[in-house]
Design a protein around this ligand. Structure first.
Ligand SMILES: Nc1nc2c(ncn2[C@@H]2O[C@H](COP(=O)(O)OP(=O)(O)OP(=O)(O)O)[C@@H](O)[C@H]2O)c(=O)[nH]1
Length: 364
């Protein structure tokens, strides 16, 4: 039976990993789900519940099976949960769990020595740590390319799990590290889910839901500006959707750099700037400067092969093109109108700007 010192960290590790697993399932973070399934099983094995033989067999089982499974999951692309590769990993995990539970006492040492690479001159724990740290490196390398919170967090989680495999670790120390890894996973899943709900993936700006929440809490002076990219449908048709996306990102970058304002992506090619407090008085000037900065930008476009659903000859070659924006600004009057009316006034002003020939700022 596990000792008291092994029991509590063991139980906490199972509960925390199980909780993180449920959360990852709820938010459909499928690779995190797979990692956490393995970690929960490893935590169970560590707790000695599965082995019924103290933490010893659990510690062995964790070092034998978990590293390979974690490396396989780290290297897999994000897929739907019941994709064939995920099912294969779950099948392997089920086999590992069955072996851990069912292998007779005299078979276990032979199994352990053969797995994983029991014949290597290094300690088994060292090999296991090396494999998990390699899995962590795979996630961190992906993070360098993709910059997603979950990839970074999975890298961190796997580093902690890798340390838990080291030969110096006893079952209670390893369980404590599994608790830490589960907490990192929990924070990351919550953070990633918050970003999914409130941050626009393309522009990297807070989205319309975030704007609504901000406006609902607003008091005092403010000004709101609606910013719309001019002739953007034509831009897309001429240079392609990918170039359109790059243009939107570049515009978003300029909005983010607007002093004294918070930028939001309102939807499509429409953005919103919110000036609060004393900054609302200089909103018009800030909008004018923003308009000029965007008009001065150059967006790189590539020549694309003909066809692609576009009219032949409609698409020019590679080079640099510009975009302009029209801006409608409603300066605050909290007594006369609430945030809904202010948004409507900014929208009306935007139509005026479009009607006035675009690439200009109008007040509502
Ligand atoms: N590339 C890209 N295009 C988008 C995105 N969201 C919306 N659009 C496109 O933006 C275009 C908006 O077109 P319209 O609403 O007709 O407006 P417009 O062509 O900009 O004309 P004006 O606003 O009157 O100057 C549509 O063709 C949408 O497909 C996006 O995320 N990426």
């Amino acid at each position: 039976m596990p000792t008291t010192e092994e029991f509590w960290p063991g139980l906490a590790a199972v509960m925390l990993n199980g909780l993180a697993l449920l959360l990852a399932l709820g938010f459909r973070r499928n690779r995190a789900v797979m990692v956490l399934v393995v970690m929960t099983c490893a935590a169970l094995a560590l707790a000695g519940v599965a082995a019924g033989a103290g933490g010893e067999r659990g510690l062995d089982a964790m070092r034998m099976f978990a590293p390979w499974l974690l490396l396989a999951i780290a290297a897999m692309p994000e897929r739907r949960l019941l994709a064939r590769r995920n099912l294969a990993v779950i099948g392997l995990l089920a086999t590992a769990t069955w072996l851990t539970l069912a292998a007779p006492a005299h078979v276990w040492p032979e199994l352990r020595d053969a797995f994983p690479f029991g014949w290597l001159p290094m300690d088994r724990g060292l090999v296991a740590a090396g494999i998990v740290l390699l899995a962590a490196a795979v996630c961190l390398a992906r993070w360098v390319v993709r910059r997603t919170v979950m990839e970074f967090a999975m890298g961190l989680v796997l580093i902690v799990v890798g340390i838990a495999q080291l030969p110096v670790m006893r079952a209670d120390g390893a369980s404590s590290l599994f608790c830490l890894a589960a907490m990192v996973a929990l924070v990351a899943i919550l953070h990633a889910s918050y970003r999914m709900a409130f941050v626009d993936g393309l522009a990297g700006l807070p989205n319309r839901r975030a704007l609504d929440e901000t406006l609902a809490r607003l008091s005092g002076d403010y000004a709101v500006a609606m910013v719309d990219v001019d002739h953007f449908k034509t831009f897309n048709d001429r240079h392609g959707h990918a170039a359109g996306d790059r243009a939107l990102k570049a515009v978003a970058e300029q909005l983010r750099a607007t002093r004294g304002a918070t930028a939001f992506r309102y939807g499509g090619e429409e953005f919103c700037l919110l000036f609060t407090g004393a900054r609302s008085r200089s909103a018009r000037q800030a909008c004018e400067e923003l308009r000029k900065r965007i008009a001065a930008m150059r967006i790189r476009v590539r020549a694309a092969p003909r066809g692609n659903g576009r009219k032949a000859g409609a698409r020019p070659g590679a080079g640099e093109v510009k975009v302009t924006v029209s801006i409608g600004l409603a300066e605050r009057d909290t007594r006369a109108r609430g945030s809904d009316e202010a948004l409507k006034a900014a929208d009306k002003a935007l139509y005026k700007a479009k009607g006035a020939g675009r690439n200009c700022v109008r007040l509502g």
